[in-house]
Design a protein around this ligand. Structure first.
Ligand code: AFP
Length: 342
C-alpha cells in the first residue's frame, strides 16, 4: 500500500496512479474507470446539493432551458454514470439498478476488459427530506470471449470484484473505494473540485456499537431473526446492548458502521423472503469493502461474496459490518458455529 504522511495533500487521481504503479502489469484501464466514476460522482454531488432548490430553480429551469421537464435525480445519476463511462474504451458493458437489462457500449466505441455494475442513487426516496443518499459501484473483469459484454460477465460472484466503492452525498461528499489493497476514503473539497485523501486504510472495529435494522418488520421476521435482534439489543444477557441507528439509506448506515463499528441487517421477512437489497448493486460491493476493512458480510448462511448470482436484479438477505457481530448472525440464523473468513 502507498504510504502518505498525515499532512500530505493527496488527490484521488494521484492515489489511483500510485496504486497502479504497484502493479507493473497494469494497463491503466482500471484507473481510467475509477477516474470516470470520480468525475460522475462530482457531477451528481453538484446536482444533489441543489435538490432542495428544485422547486424554486427547477421551475425556472423548466421555463428557461429547452422546455424540458425537471429530471428526477435518480434518473440524472443513472444517465450521468452511463455517459461518463460508455465511451472510454475500458468497459465491455454496464448494469444499473435503474435499468432492466445490460447496458451495452454504443456502436462506434471500443469495448474494454471490465464490466461495471452500479446503483446510481441509493436511498433516493430520502432526497425530499434532505437525508444523505449514495452511489454504489462494482467492477469485475470480463470473462466471456467476444468483444461485447454478456450476461455471464455480470453474473460473477462478488469475490471476483477487482474494485468496488461508494459515494456518500452527506454533510460532505465522500468517495470510499477498494481495489483489494485496503479501503480508502476521499472527501470532496468543493472549493477546488477535488477528492482529497481523508481516510486512508479504513478499519472497522471487530465488535460494533451500532445496530442498523428496520424494526417495523419485526412481526414478519422468523424466530431466529427475532432472537438475533434480542441478542444485539442485550436483551438475552449474552452481549452488551448495541445502539440502534437506522437512516434507511444504505450507504449512510453502512458508512457510519464502517467508521464506528456496527452491523447493518436487512433480514428476510414473510413479505420479502429474500429481503430487499440487491446482490449485484448493493450487497456485493459493500461486502467487498467491508471485508477489506476487516469486517464480514453474510446472508445468514454463508459469505455474501461466495454467492453465485443467477439474475441481474437478485435480492439477498444481508448482515454486514463488524466481524464478530456478523458471525453471531450467521451462527444464530444458520445454526453453525465456525467463524467465517475475510
Ligand atoms: P430507496 O432507494 O427506495 O429509498 O430504498 C433504499 C434502500 O434500498 C436502502 O438504501 C435502504 O437501506 C433500504 O432500502 C431501506 O429499506 P426499508 O425502508 O424497507 O427499511
Amino acid at each position: 500500500m502507498v504510504q502518505h504522511s498525515a499532512t500530505s495533500v493527496v488527490t484521488i487521481d494521484r492515489f489511483i496512479i500510485e496504486e497502479e504503479r504497484l502493479h507493473p502489469e497494469a494497463t491503466g484501464e482500471l484507473s481510467g474507470v475509477l477516474y470516470d466514476i470520480a468525475l460522475a460522482a462530482k457531477m451528481i454531488a453538484s446536482k444533489v446539493r441543489r435538490a432542495g432548490l428544485a422547486d424554486i430553480l427547477g421551475s425556472a429551469d423548466l421555463q428557461n432551458v429547452q422546455g424540458e421537464l425537471q429530471q428526477k435525480l435518480d434518473v440524472f445519476a443513472n444517465e450521468t454514470i452511463i455517459k461518463a463511462l460508455d465511451h472510454g474504451g475500458r468497459l465491455c458493458a454496464m448494469a444499473s439498478e435503474e435499468e432492466p437489462d445490460i447496458i451495452h457500449i454504443p456502436e462506434g466505441f471500443r469495448c474494454g476488459k471490465y464490466a461495471l455494475l452500479f446503483d446510481p442513487l441509493d436511498g433516493s426516496s430520502n432526497i425530499d427530506v434532505n437525508v444523505p443518499v449514495g452511489t454504489i459501484f462494482s467492477v469485475v473483469r470480463k470473462i466471456t470471449r467476444g468483444t461485447r459484454g454478456e450476461m455471464e460477465d455480470m453474473l460473477q460472484p462478488g469475490r471476483r470484484q477487482v474494485a468496488a466503492g461508494y459515494v456518500i452525498y452527506g454533510s460532505s461528499t465522500m468517495l470510499v473505494y477498494t481495489t483489494g489493497q485496503g479501503v480508502h476514503g476521499f472527501t470532496l473539497d468543493p472549493s477546488i473540485g477535488e477528492f482529497l485523501l481523508s481516510h486512508p486504510n479504513i478499519r472497522i472495529p471487530n465488535e460494533g456499537r451500532y445496530l442498523s435494522v428496520n424494526d417495523s418488520y419485526e412481526q414478519h421476521w422468523d424466530d431466529p431473526v427475532k432472537a438475533l435482534m434480542r441478542r444485539y439489543r442485550g436483551l438475552d444477557g449474552e452481549r452488551k446492548a448495541m445502539n440502534v441507528r437506522y437512516v434507511g439509506s444504505l450507504v449512510a448506515d453502512f458508512h457510519r458502521n464502517l467508521l464506528g463499528g456496527g452491523i447493518f441487517c436487512y433480514p428476510p421477512n414473510r413479505k420479502s423472503p429474500k429481503g430487499k437489497l440487491r446482490l449485484l448493486y448493493e450487497a456485493n460491493p459493500l461486502a467487498f469493502i467491508c471485508e477489506q476493512a476487516g469486517g464480514a458480510a453474510t446472508d445468514g448462511a454463508g459469505r455474501i461474496l461466495d454467492i453465485q448470482p443467477t439474475e441481474l436484479h437478485q435480492r439477498v438477505p444481508l448482515y454486514m459490518g463488524s466481524k464478530s457481530d456478523v458471525d453471531i448472525a450467521r451462527q444464530m440464523i444458520s445454526g453453525t458455529p465456525a467463524l467465517i473468513g475475510a
